[in-house]
Design a binder for this molecule. Structure first.
Ligand code: ARG
Length: 274
Protein backbone atom coordinates (compact mmCIF):
# COMPACT_ATOMS: atom_id res chain seq x y z
CA UNK A 1 0.00 0.00 0.00
CA UNK A 2 1.34 3.44 -0.88
CA UNK A 3 2.20 5.88 1.84
CA UNK A 4 -0.28 8.78 2.09
CA UNK A 5 1.39 11.72 0.35
CA UNK A 6 0.60 15.30 1.35
CA UNK A 7 1.61 18.68 -0.09
CA UNK A 8 2.25 21.56 2.32
CA UNK A 9 3.83 25.03 2.09
CA UNK A 10 5.94 26.49 4.92
CA UNK A 11 4.35 29.70 6.32
CA UNK A 12 7.41 31.87 5.63
CA UNK A 13 5.36 34.58 3.89
CA UNK A 14 2.06 33.87 5.63
CA UNK A 15 0.04 36.78 7.03
CA UNK A 16 -3.36 38.47 6.92
CA UNK A 17 -2.74 40.92 4.09
CA UNK A 18 -6.28 41.21 2.71
CA UNK A 19 -9.82 40.19 3.61
CA UNK A 20 -11.58 37.68 1.36
CA UNK A 21 -13.63 35.76 3.93
CA UNK A 22 -15.38 36.78 7.16
CA UNK A 23 -12.66 35.28 9.37
CA UNK A 24 -9.99 37.62 8.03
CA UNK A 25 -9.25 41.08 9.40
CA UNK A 26 -6.02 42.88 8.55
CA UNK A 27 -6.30 44.35 12.04
CA UNK A 28 -5.97 40.89 13.57
CA UNK A 29 -2.55 39.84 12.35
CA UNK A 30 -1.13 36.36 12.74
CA UNK A 31 1.83 35.96 15.08
CA UNK A 32 4.53 34.83 12.71
CA UNK A 33 6.62 32.80 15.14
CA UNK A 34 3.56 31.08 16.56
CA UNK A 35 2.18 30.30 13.08
CA UNK A 36 5.45 28.65 12.17
CA UNK A 37 5.45 26.65 15.40
CA UNK A 38 1.84 25.49 14.85
CA UNK A 39 2.55 24.54 11.24
CA UNK A 40 5.64 22.51 12.24
CA UNK A 41 3.63 20.70 14.92
CA UNK A 42 0.91 19.79 12.41
CA UNK A 43 3.53 18.55 9.99
CA UNK A 44 5.14 16.37 12.67
CA UNK A 45 1.77 14.84 13.65
CA UNK A 46 1.12 13.93 10.00
CA UNK A 47 4.61 12.44 9.63
CA UNK A 48 4.09 10.43 12.83
CA UNK A 49 0.75 9.21 11.43
CA UNK A 50 2.68 7.73 8.51
CA UNK A 51 2.32 10.40 5.82
CA UNK A 52 5.04 11.46 3.43
CA UNK A 53 5.14 15.26 3.02
CA UNK A 54 6.35 17.36 0.10
CA UNK A 55 6.67 21.12 0.18
CA UNK A 56 5.89 23.75 -2.38
CA UNK A 57 8.30 26.69 -2.13
CA UNK A 58 6.82 29.71 -0.29
CA UNK A 59 6.59 32.91 -2.36
CA UNK A 60 6.68 36.50 -1.05
CA UNK A 61 3.44 38.36 -1.70
CA UNK A 62 1.33 35.17 -1.69
CA UNK A 63 0.38 34.83 1.99
CA UNK A 64 -2.37 32.21 1.40
CA UNK A 65 -0.08 29.83 -0.53
CA UNK A 66 0.12 27.88 2.75
CA UNK A 67 -3.43 26.67 2.10
CA UNK A 68 -2.39 24.01 -0.38
CA UNK A 69 -5.82 22.33 -0.23
CA UNK A 70 -7.01 24.98 -2.63
CA UNK A 71 -4.34 24.47 -5.26
CA UNK A 72 -5.95 21.67 -7.26
CA UNK A 73 -7.89 18.46 -7.10
CA UNK A 74 -5.70 15.43 -7.60
CA UNK A 75 -7.06 12.26 -9.19
CA UNK A 76 -4.45 9.59 -9.87
CA UNK A 77 -1.74 11.27 -11.96
CA UNK A 78 -4.13 13.98 -13.12
CA UNK A 79 -4.67 17.30 -11.41
CA UNK A 80 -7.26 19.95 -12.15
CA UNK A 81 -5.66 23.24 -11.17
CA UNK A 82 -7.47 25.91 -9.18
CA UNK A 83 -8.80 29.06 -10.75
CA UNK A 84 -9.16 31.31 -7.72
CA UNK A 85 -12.21 33.50 -7.40
CA UNK A 86 -10.32 36.37 -5.77
CA UNK A 87 -7.49 38.04 -7.63
CA UNK A 88 -5.46 38.16 -4.39
CA UNK A 89 -4.95 34.39 -4.72
CA UNK A 90 -4.73 34.03 -8.50
CA UNK A 91 -0.96 34.52 -8.41
CA UNK A 92 -0.69 31.14 -6.65
CA UNK A 93 -1.86 29.21 -9.71
CA UNK A 94 1.43 29.14 -11.71
CA UNK A 95 3.41 28.06 -8.64
CA UNK A 96 1.16 25.10 -7.97
CA UNK A 97 1.12 24.25 -11.68
CA UNK A 98 4.92 24.27 -11.78
CA UNK A 99 5.21 22.05 -8.73
CA UNK A 100 2.66 19.51 -9.99
CA UNK A 101 4.17 19.37 -13.49
CA UNK A 102 7.68 19.04 -12.11
CA UNK A 103 6.45 16.03 -10.13
CA UNK A 104 4.84 14.36 -13.16
CA UNK A 105 1.21 15.26 -12.80
CA UNK A 106 -0.82 15.95 -15.90
CA UNK A 107 -2.28 19.36 -15.09
CA UNK A 108 -5.57 20.51 -16.63
CA UNK A 109 -7.28 23.87 -16.32
CA UNK A 110 -10.82 24.00 -14.99
CA UNK A 111 -13.43 24.67 -17.71
CA UNK A 112 -13.30 28.23 -19.07
CA UNK A 113 -14.74 31.07 -17.01
CA UNK A 114 -15.49 29.00 -13.91
CA UNK A 115 -13.79 29.56 -10.61
CA UNK A 116 -12.66 26.44 -8.81
CA UNK A 117 -10.79 26.20 -5.51
CA UNK A 118 -9.47 22.66 -5.67
CA UNK A 119 -9.78 20.24 -2.79
CA UNK A 120 -11.11 23.07 -0.64
CA UNK A 121 -14.39 22.65 -2.53
CA UNK A 122 -14.20 19.18 -4.10
CA UNK A 123 -13.87 16.12 -1.88
CA UNK A 124 -14.25 12.46 -2.69
CA UNK A 125 -16.29 10.29 -0.37
CA UNK A 126 -16.17 6.83 -1.88
CA UNK A 127 -16.19 7.34 -5.63
CA UNK A 128 -18.48 10.36 -5.54
CA UNK A 129 -17.07 13.86 -5.75
CA UNK A 130 -18.88 16.18 -3.34
CA UNK A 131 -18.58 19.71 -4.65
CA UNK A 132 -19.29 22.94 -2.77
CA UNK A 133 -20.42 25.92 -4.80
CA UNK A 134 -21.64 29.51 -4.59
CA UNK A 135 -19.02 31.01 -2.28
CA UNK A 136 -15.82 30.22 -4.22
CA UNK A 137 -16.42 27.57 -6.90
CA UNK A 138 -19.12 27.36 -9.58
CA UNK A 139 -21.69 24.57 -9.81
CA UNK A 140 -21.51 24.04 -13.58
CA UNK A 141 -17.71 24.07 -13.43
CA UNK A 142 -17.86 21.20 -10.94
CA UNK A 143 -20.13 19.20 -13.25
CA UNK A 144 -17.70 19.63 -16.12
CA UNK A 145 -14.75 18.68 -13.94
CA UNK A 146 -16.66 15.50 -13.04
CA UNK A 147 -17.04 14.78 -16.75
CA UNK A 148 -13.32 15.44 -17.35
CA UNK A 149 -12.40 12.93 -14.65
CA UNK A 150 -15.24 10.50 -15.35
CA UNK A 151 -16.68 10.64 -11.83
CA UNK A 152 -20.10 11.32 -10.33
CA UNK A 153 -20.46 14.82 -8.87
CA UNK A 154 -22.95 15.86 -6.22
CA UNK A 155 -22.97 19.67 -5.99
CA UNK A 156 -23.79 21.17 -2.59
CA UNK A 157 -24.69 24.81 -2.15
CA UNK A 158 -22.77 26.49 0.69
CA UNK A 159 -25.17 28.93 2.32
CA UNK A 160 -23.08 30.49 5.10
CA UNK A 161 -20.16 32.81 4.25
CA UNK A 162 -18.26 31.58 7.33
CA UNK A 163 -18.22 28.10 5.76
CA UNK A 164 -17.13 29.29 2.35
CA UNK A 165 -15.24 26.15 1.31
CA UNK A 166 -16.72 22.67 1.48
CA UNK A 167 -13.79 21.50 3.62
CA UNK A 168 -14.82 23.92 6.39
CA UNK A 169 -18.14 22.10 6.91
CA UNK A 170 -17.74 18.55 5.53
CA UNK A 171 -15.05 15.89 5.88
CA UNK A 172 -15.10 12.34 4.50
CA UNK A 173 -13.72 9.76 6.96
CA UNK A 174 -14.20 6.60 4.87
CA UNK A 175 -16.01 5.68 1.62
CA UNK A 176 -19.32 5.42 3.49
CA UNK A 177 -18.71 7.82 6.36
CA UNK A 178 -18.32 11.58 6.88
CA UNK A 179 -18.81 14.44 9.33
CA UNK A 180 -20.61 17.70 8.48
CA UNK A 181 -22.14 20.88 9.85
CA UNK A 182 -25.81 20.70 8.76
CA UNK A 183 -26.42 24.48 9.00
CA UNK A 184 -23.78 25.19 6.34
CA UNK A 185 -26.04 23.55 3.72
CA UNK A 186 -29.57 24.19 2.52
CA UNK A 187 -32.30 21.56 3.04
CA UNK A 188 -31.62 20.04 -0.34
CA UNK A 189 -27.89 19.69 0.31
CA UNK A 190 -28.55 18.15 3.72
CA UNK A 191 -30.85 15.62 2.07
CA UNK A 192 -28.31 14.79 -0.64
CA UNK A 193 -25.67 14.11 2.02
CA UNK A 194 -28.03 12.06 4.20
CA UNK A 195 -29.23 9.97 1.27
CA UNK A 196 -25.83 9.28 -0.25
CA UNK A 197 -23.56 8.74 2.78
CA UNK A 198 -24.66 5.83 5.01
CA UNK A 199 -22.79 6.98 8.12
CA UNK A 200 -23.11 10.75 8.36
CA UNK A 201 -22.29 12.42 11.68
CA UNK A 202 -23.18 16.01 12.48
CA UNK A 203 -20.84 18.41 14.22
CA UNK A 204 -22.06 21.05 16.70
CA UNK A 205 -21.95 24.65 15.54
CA UNK A 206 -19.64 25.78 18.37
CA UNK A 207 -17.10 23.10 17.40
CA UNK A 208 -17.51 23.79 13.68
CA UNK A 209 -16.46 27.38 14.53
CA UNK A 210 -13.21 25.88 15.78
CA UNK A 211 -12.87 24.21 12.37
CA UNK A 212 -13.84 20.75 13.62
CA UNK A 213 -14.81 19.73 10.07
CA UNK A 214 -11.49 20.92 8.65
CA UNK A 215 -9.81 17.66 9.58
CA UNK A 216 -6.91 15.80 7.98
CA UNK A 217 -7.57 12.08 7.80
CA UNK A 218 -4.57 9.75 7.52
CA UNK A 219 -5.71 6.17 7.97
CA UNK A 220 -7.48 6.13 11.34
CA UNK A 221 -5.79 9.32 12.53
CA UNK A 222 -7.93 12.47 12.34
CA UNK A 223 -6.14 15.77 13.03
CA UNK A 224 -8.02 18.97 13.91
CA UNK A 225 -7.56 22.31 15.60
CA UNK A 226 -8.19 22.44 19.36
CA UNK A 227 -11.72 23.06 20.66
CA UNK A 228 -13.56 20.03 19.25
CA UNK A 229 -13.97 17.70 22.28
CA UNK A 230 -17.37 16.31 21.30
CA UNK A 231 -16.23 15.47 17.81
CA UNK A 232 -13.15 13.78 19.21
CA UNK A 233 -15.21 11.70 21.65
CA UNK A 234 -17.51 10.66 18.81
CA UNK A 235 -14.53 9.78 16.59
CA UNK A 236 -13.01 7.64 19.33
CA UNK A 237 -16.33 5.83 19.77
CA UNK A 238 -16.34 4.81 16.10
CA UNK A 239 -12.73 3.62 16.07
CA UNK A 240 -10.77 6.67 14.94
CA UNK A 241 -7.79 8.22 16.66
CA UNK A 242 -8.38 11.99 16.85
CA UNK A 243 -5.48 14.33 17.60
CA UNK A 244 -5.83 18.04 18.34
CA UNK A 245 -3.18 20.64 17.67
CA UNK A 246 -3.52 24.43 18.06
CA UNK A 247 -3.93 26.29 14.77
CA UNK A 248 -5.19 29.67 16.00
CA UNK A 249 -2.90 31.67 13.70
CA UNK A 250 -4.36 30.01 10.59
CA UNK A 251 -7.95 30.34 11.80
CA UNK A 252 -7.32 34.11 11.54
CA UNK A 253 -7.17 33.57 7.76
CA UNK A 254 -10.19 31.26 7.73
CA UNK A 255 -8.22 28.03 7.56
CA UNK A 256 -7.14 25.12 9.73
CA UNK A 257 -5.60 21.64 9.48
CA UNK A 258 -7.16 20.37 6.26
CA UNK A 259 -6.69 23.68 4.42
CA UNK A 260 -2.95 23.44 5.09
CA UNK A 261 -2.70 20.10 3.24
CA UNK A 262 -3.38 18.62 -0.17
CA UNK A 263 -3.63 14.84 -0.50
CA UNK A 264 -1.46 13.94 -3.49
CA UNK A 265 -2.11 10.21 -3.60
CA UNK A 266 -5.65 11.05 -4.64
CA UNK A 267 -8.39 12.59 -2.57
CA UNK A 268 -10.38 9.46 -3.36
CA UNK A 269 -7.92 7.59 -1.16
CA UNK A 270 -8.14 9.91 1.83
CA UNK A 271 -9.46 8.32 4.93
CA UNK A 272 -9.33 4.65 4.29
CA UNK A 273 -5.95 3.74 2.96
CA UNK A 274 -3.43 4.01 5.66
N1 ARG B 1 -7.54 32.93 3.39
C1 ARG B 1 -7.79 31.78 2.57
C2 ARG B 1 -8.94 32.08 1.63
O1 ARG B 1 -9.86 32.74 2.02
C3 ARG B 1 -8.08 30.58 3.41
C4 ARG B 1 -8.23 29.32 2.62
C5 ARG B 1 -8.65 28.14 3.44
N2 ARG B 1 -8.61 26.97 2.69
C6 ARG B 1 -9.52 25.98 2.69
N3 ARG B 1 -9.29 24.91 2.02
N4 ARG B 1 -10.66 26.11 3.32
O2 ARG B 1 -8.96 31.70 0.51
Amino acid sequence: MNKPHILMCPPVHYGIEYEINPWMSTERQADHGLANHQWQALRQILLDAGAMISDVQPVAGLPDLVFTANSAIVFGKRAVLARFKHEQRQGEEPHFRRWLEAHSWQVDEPPADFSFEGAGDALFCGDTLYAGYRQRSDASGHQQIGEMLGVRVLPLELVDPYYYHLDTCFCPLAPDEAIYLPAAFDDYGQRVLAESIPKLHSVEEDEAKSFACNAVVVGKTVVTNIGCPELHAMLRSIGFDPIETPLSEFVKAGGSAKCLTLRLDGEEAAGWKG
